[in-house]
Design a binder for this molecule. Structure first.
Ligand code: ATP
Ligand code: MG
Length: 869
């Protein structure tokens, strides 16, 4: 048995003294399967952490017998931190990690049984996409029609469902043999056949490259446990307690993994051990989650895992937590009201002892720029007037693209912020190049990475040189590396190419030798690679200022390696590469107790599990949030609503909800309707600083007067239907409300962001939105919208039939039904193009058109300047 550092045993009172009754019961529960189901902020994560300490202190388990799974690396680090405070440094060595990290650890130890060699590569989605593209291109697949990303998405779905490539091949393409040379898919009967063939070949190439992709980490571990009883037995004996946070976002493969690791379905009974509370049989499983916060269906998360827990695990016990410790009652009421619109859920009532708190603040901006400026002004005001730290405030949005205008406004207002997400450090081109060198050194069979760096930096080994080696590799049935090692045998190779290839081979050999001699010093290996490969030199010589920041990124990579080295006693190059492979957006967040002094900006998905005293939920518009994809699909809309629930419940004290009446999407300015989620929040909970955007009021006959707030309901109902008024008069937002703080940023802010954007709209365009109110009503909130503020205007315009058609559409009048894949069109700017995809989304219908050298574009049909040929 492993020797563990000393554990600080805690008394019962220390562990549960400050918990409520249900929390305390959950911490102490003795039994094989426990579900802690509860709403947001009810202490689920806290209970899970305490339960681990309880199991150690009170059940007498060893730290090595526990496997705790969190959703992100950051959450794992935080949990480990808290455990360290509770039970001492022994917690540092515990298995507290994400599913993916735990699986890497298992595969590193036991992957041999599956044929994985040490140093196997972990492909991120960019690598995987590259591999799919290589295969699809070789097979002659039209990659514009079937993009590598969409093919990979399908492969990922199969994997999350644990559907193996053999099964797919047998069903759809039994004649195909992976690894066949010169295979061409010129025609196929069924798109499933295409997916099956590429899936099989993709797996074949991964195996050849001694590589796994992200999904494989889970899938192959399941395979390992299922097919290798000796390995399974080891883990059944090892892990006596498995605890999973955010269980609502597990997918099928992860669900099976938990069962396999815990030996739930295994007949073999682990030896009883005195320290493990005298237990035998399967591991005790505790899962924690909130089905209302399941927001990863697009990655295969299956809400049924949590819904069916009691049926899936024998003698399962469910404990519900209902008291929320995070938010004010107002915030909870809003969250409860919104989520109540989802059907088929178990109702639950969250309550708090914190009290009602402040009302939610609402703001309707003319456009996205103005929305951003207002948010920035409010942040400045909260900081200046109320002394709220910047780090206590977060801005959340549905999609990364929304961050741009927000960032601009924060910069103009001189506010410090940190953006989480976007292009991640390890996804940057130069960083990936450097990592590709390291990966190829460690795992020469890794074709994708080796081919990536063959001509990076440029060394005269272009596509032709690559093709020569590749062809030879095919002939030999070997890896690219192997072909390179035997390149002397390639006949008819041009001398220059031969020289170049030999130099590259020597470079890699010398880097490899260096790495072997310094395997425990990844930072030195990084330094060696950067200098000897010429990567650094090429960038340093460049006059492009972008390249200067690339140099800085490479130096950052070296520092990261050095940091890793310092804090990891048994550091290796492979270990370092693992840390780079599994980084998620949330890992960029500062530690909990560290005051970054900055406002945090992130997507709602990244915000899961976090909390902030002040939260701005932005872009609450139909088509932005809920996302346009979800507007016509009930189950996707339900998922969006869960995302809204997650967003609202991140706020502790103050919640802001904002929207823009106009937002640019795909280069087009679009009128945006208020999000139906706004309608679902009871009106009395929101204090609207500005209820309608200027343009909306003008449309409703309320131009000129920009006083906001305090409108009577009747005001909206009695105005003329199509009022006049000049655009832009509604721009004096925020005056007198933002107080002194607004002066600092106000001058830099565009005071009338709407006027420039508005002009592209034309005076009559606003009416276009009235028809959208009509379509809005279809999404289930029609009744709500007729009875509250954002429905005020719509109640008058709600029926498209009653308004003149010319006023309803500023459209080109095109109908999505008239377009089919393969049709030819002309576009005012891009010229001739061929339709490659049509998506019927009513007014938001989109067609994707291939314009040849101008590329493939997504166009919103109703505003696209196109003509069908
Ligand atoms: P989410 O659903 O967002 O993941 P959660 O249910 O995991 O939330 P926690 O993050 O564990 O909730 O707790 C929310 C907040 O309430 C935290 O700040 C936590 O410290 C606090 N909290 C939880 N239980 C108690 C308690 N019994 N006494 C005081 N504070 C508590
Ligand atoms: Mg939590």
């Amino acid at each position: 048995m492993e020797q563990e550092p000393e554990l600080i045993a805690r008394t019962a009172d220390e562990l549960v003294g400050d918990l409520n009754k249900q929390q305390s019961e959950a911490v102490q529960y003795r039994g094989a399967a426990l579900l802690i189901g509860a709403g947001a902020g009810s202490g689920k994560t806290r209970v899970l952490t305490r339960r681990i300490a309880w199991i150690l202190s009170q059940f007498g388990a060893w730290p090595s017998q526990i496997l705790a799974i969190t959703f992100t690396n950051k959450a794992a680090a935080e949990m480990r931190e808290r455990l360290t405070a509770l039970i001492g440094p022994v917690a540092q060595r515990m298995w507290v990690s994400t599913f993916h990290s735990a699986c890497v650890r298992i595969l590193r130890r036991d992957g041999k049984a599956l044929g994985l060699k040490s140093g196997f590569s972990i492909y991120d989605s960019a690598d995987s996409e590259r591999l799919v593209k290589i295969i699809a291109t070789e097979f002659n697949v039209d990659v514009k029609r079937y993009t590598p990303r969409s093919i990979l998405g399908r492969i990922s779905d199969y994997k999350n469902q644990l559907i193996g490539w053999r099964v797919q091949l047998a069903a759809y393409a039994p004649d195909f043999k992976p690894g066949s040379r010169n295979y061409r898919i010129s025609k196929f009967d069924n798109v499933e056949e295409l997916y099956a063939i590429i899936y099989a070949e993709y797996e074949h190439r991964l195996a050849m490259a001694n590589a796994v992709d992200f999904d494989d980490l889970i899938v192959r571990t399941v395979e390992l446990l299922r097919d290798h009883p000796d390995v399974a037995e080891y883990y059944h004996h090892k892990f006596r307690y498995i605890l999973v946070d955010e269980y609502q976002d597990t997918n099928h493969a992860q669900y099976v993994l938990v069962r396999e690791l815990g030996g739930v379905d295994s007949s073999e009974a682990p030896q009883p051990t005195a320290v493990a509370a005298g237990r035998q049989g399967p591991a005790w499983i505790t899962v924690v989650g909130d089905s209302d916060q399941s927001i990863y269906a697009f990655r295969g998360a299956d809400i049924r895992n949590i819904q069916d827990f009691e049926q899936d695990f024998p003698d399962a016990k469910t404990i519900l937590l209902e008291q929320n410790y995070r938010s004010t009652q107002t915030i909870l009421d809003a969250a409860n009201a919104v989520i109540a619109h989802n059907e088929g859920r178990k109702p639950k009532k969250l309550w708090t002892a914190v009290g009602k708190g402040e009302p939610i603040v609402g703001y309707a901006a003319d456009n996205a720029q103005q929305e951003a400026v207002w948010v920035a002004s409010e942040i400045a005001r909260l900081h200046a007037e109320e002394g709220i730290a910047y780090s206590d405030m977060a801005i959340m949005y549905r999609a990364n693209a929304q961050s741009r205008s927000l960032e601009e406004a924060l910069i103009n207002a001189g506010l410090p912020y940190q953006l989480i997400g976007g292009t991640k450090f390890y996804e940057r081109r130069e960083v990936k190049d450097a990592l590709a060198y390291l990966q190829a050194i460690l795992n020469p069979a890794d074709d994708v990475n080796l081919r990536r760096i063959l001509n990076v930096p440029k060394r005269g080994l272009g596509a032709r040189a690559e093709a020569i080696v590749l062809e030879y590799a095919r002939e030999r049935g070997s890896s690219f590396f192997d072909a390179l090692m035997h390149m002397e045998q390639i006949e008819g190779m041009p001398t220059r190419t031969a020289k170049g290839l030999a130099a590259f081979r020597d470079l890699m050999a010398s880097l490899s030798a260096f790495a072997r001699a310094n395997i425990n010093k990844p930072s030195e290996i990084v330094a060696e690679v950067l200098s000897k490969s010429g990567l650094l030199e090429e960038l340093q010589k460049s006059v492009d200022p972008q390249d200067q920041s690339r140099v800085e990124n490479l130096s950052q990579l070296q520092s990261t390696a050095a940091e890793y080295e310092q804090k990891t006693p048994d550091a290796t190059l492979g270990g370092f590469l693992e840390t780079t492979a599994l980084v998620a957006d949330s890992d960029q967040l500062p530690d909990e107790n560290e005051d970054s002094g900055k406002v945090t900006m992130m997507t709602l998905h990244t915000a899961k599990g976090l909390e902030y005293p002040v939260v701005f939920l932005t872009g609450l518009e139909q088509g932005t949030f809920p996302h346009s994809r979800s507007l016509e699909d009930t189950s996707e809309l339900a998922e969006e609503r869960r995302l809204a629930y997650v967003g609202i419940t991140r706020a502790k004290r103050r919640l802001y909800v904002t929207r823009a009446a106009v937002r640019a999407q795909w280069g087009q300015a679009n009128d945006m309707l208020p999000s139906q989620f706004l309608d679902e929040i009871p009106d009395e909970l929101i204090d609207w600083k500005r209820r309608e955007a200027g343009s909306e009021r003008m449309r409703a006959g309320w131009g000129g007067d920009d006083e906001f707030g305090g409108w009577e309901e009747d005001d909206f109902l009695s105005g003329p239907v199509f009022g006049g008024g000049s655009y832009g008069s509604g721009s004096s937002y925020g005056s007198g409300r933002s107080g002194s703080a607004s002066g600092g940023w106000g001058s830099a802010a565009p005071r009338s962001g709407s006027s420039s954007r508005g002009s592209s709209y034309g005076s009559g365009s606003g009416y276009g939105s009235s028809s959208r109110y009509g379509s809005y009503g279809r999404h289930g909130s029609g009744s709500a919208s007729s009875s509250n503020r954002s429905g005020k205007v719509s109640t008058r315009h709600v029926s498209p039939k009653s308004a003149p058609a010319s006023a309803l559409h500023k459209d080109n009048g095109l109908n999505i039904a008239d377009f089919a894949v393969g049709d030819h069109i002309t576009h005012d700017q891009y010229g001739l193009g061929k339709v490659v995809e049509v998506q019927d989304k009513g007014r938001n219908s989109v067609i994707t058109v291939d314009f040849g050298t101008d590329g493939v574009k997504r166009l919103m049909l109703r505003v696209a300047p196109i003509e069908k040929l």
